[in-house]
Design a protein around this ligand. Structure first.
Ligand SMILES: *[C@@H]1O[C@H](CO)[C@@H](O)[C@H](O)[C@H]1NC(C)=O
Ligand SMILES: *[C@@H]1O[C@H](CO)[C@@H](O)[C@H](O)[C@H]1NC(C)=O
Ligand SMILES: *[C@@H]1O[C@H](CO)[C@@H](O)[C@H](O)[C@H]1NC(C)=O
Ligand SMILES: *[C@@H]1O[C@H](CO)[C@@H](O)[C@H](O)[C@H]1NC(C)=O
Length: 352
């Protein structure tokens, strides 16, 4: 080994060679600042600035939490290909090289909480086919990739609490067909028409037994602090696009005054995204129409009941007036009862 000069152009070769030697000898001791117990290596709270060299290749669990690791180069974990659990919580990571997790095809749990990540590469998690739990909470992520390529068949826990997300693409969630736990709280969720597809997805998810800590709106002001799941569908209008399309649904909704508030201010830096998202609109229309129809039916029923009651009241009033005219001296209270009863019965037996 010593005979190979660490000429900078040969660094990568040297790296390859050293990991090959490690693999051959099987046991390579333990990095200086770590404690190794058979298949578990604990390097936490050591003030490390990068992933230590010379990790034993048989490592299954690697604790790197509570350090100051600020970057992960490509192939950062090449020397530990059997890794199942990787804990990078509470470090100083702001960027991850696209190939950072290359070679970790057995990884099941990845904890990246409490770092300073602000965006993630499309292909970053590609090699992690077996991933079960991905925790990205307590970062500054404002945008997640739309797609992760192939579906993550085994992912059951996905956490992005405490980030800067305004929007979450439905396609991303659909790439996790078996997710059961979703942590989404404490982001900057923008509850305009664009979040409707997330709402619909979450309703189905919960119906199928999934659990989530909720999406609390941060904007617009009308919905600040409200849970996305409790805002009625009717208050969402399709995202702005051809005005002809908007008109019918709008005219039929009694709540359209509120609905208008949900329409995005349409401007600003997210304009581009807004247009992209609006293509989802046609899928939403049937639900909207159904709601409009239900509203009409309910309104009709209520009007019918009110009309009937008014008719009863009129008849009653006339009878009463006639009786009073006939027997001017008698107390009025007695005749009051039957009339009221009649009204109630009518209300009870009317279709609800
Ligand atoms: C994060 O790590 C630092 C050491 O780098 C430690 O002092 C601090 O207590 C850790 N924070 C938490 C919440 O564990
Ligand atoms: C990772 O480290 C954090 C902080 O010490 C700890 O709470 C968590 O349980 C650890 N394990 C995993 C699998 O994330
Ligand atoms: C990741 O670590 C945090 C502590 O920093 C812990 O609360 C969380 O449960 C861990 N996530 C997973 C998936 O183990
Ligand atoms: C999911 O996990 C099972 C069992 O551990 C494994 O056989 C399968 O290959 C995994 N799926 C993917 C896509 O890796």
């Amino acid at each position: 080994m010593n005979s190979v000069q660490p000429d900078s152009s040969k660094d990568s070769e040297l790296l390859l060679l050293s990991s090959a030697i490690c693999l051959l000898c099987g046991v390579c001791g333990c990095p200086e600042k770590c404690r190794c117990h058979s298949e578990s290596v604990d390097c936490s709270r050591q003030g490390l600035a990068e992933v230590p060299w010379g990790l034993p290749p048989q490592t299954l669990t690697l604790h790197l939490q509570d350090n100051q690791i600020h970057q992960l180069p490509a192939f950062a974990f090449r020397s530990v290909p059997r890794l199942v659990t990787l804990n990078l919580s509470n470090n100083s990571l702001s960027t991850l090289a696209p190939g950072a997790f290359h070679g970790l095809q057995h990884l099941q749990v990845l904890n990246l909480t409490q770092n300073s990540l602000h965006s993630l590469e499309n292909r970053l998690f590609h090699p992690l086919r077996q991933l079960r739990e991905l925790d990205l909470s307590w970062n500054n992520i404002s945008h997640l990739p739309t797609s992760l390529g192939e579906p993550w068949e085994n992912l059951t826990v996905f956490a992005v609490q405490q980030n800067q997300l305004q929007h979450l693409d439905r396609a991303l969630l659909e790439s996790m067909p078996h997710v059961r736990l979703l942590f989404l709280k404490d982001n900057l969720w923008k509850c305009n028409c664009h979040l409707l597809s997330l709402k619909l997805w979450l309703e189905k998810f919960i119906y199928k037994g999934g659990r989530t800590d909720g999406v609390i709106c941060a904007s617009p002001d009308t919905w600040k602090g409200e849970n996305l799941l409790t805002i009625p569908h009717e208050l969402y209008l399709p995202c702005p696009s051809p005005p002809l399309d908007l008109a019918p649904a709008q005219a039929q909704q009694p709540g359209s005054a509120h609905g208008a508030a949900l329409r995005p201010p349409e401007s600003g830096p997210t304009g581009e995204l807004d247009h992209l998202e609006c293509e989802l609109k046609p899928r939403r229309r049937p639900a909207n129409l159904r709601h409009a129809a239900a509203t009409i039916v309910i309104t009709g029923a209520v009007c019918g009941i009110v009309c009937l009651l008014m008719l009863v009241a009129t008849i009653y009033g006339c009878t009463y007036a006639a009786i009073t005219a006939q027997y001017p001296g008698r107390p009025l209270a007695q005749t009051d009862e039957p009339g009221k009863m009649g009204g109630k019965e009518l209300l009870d037996s009317s279709p609800a």
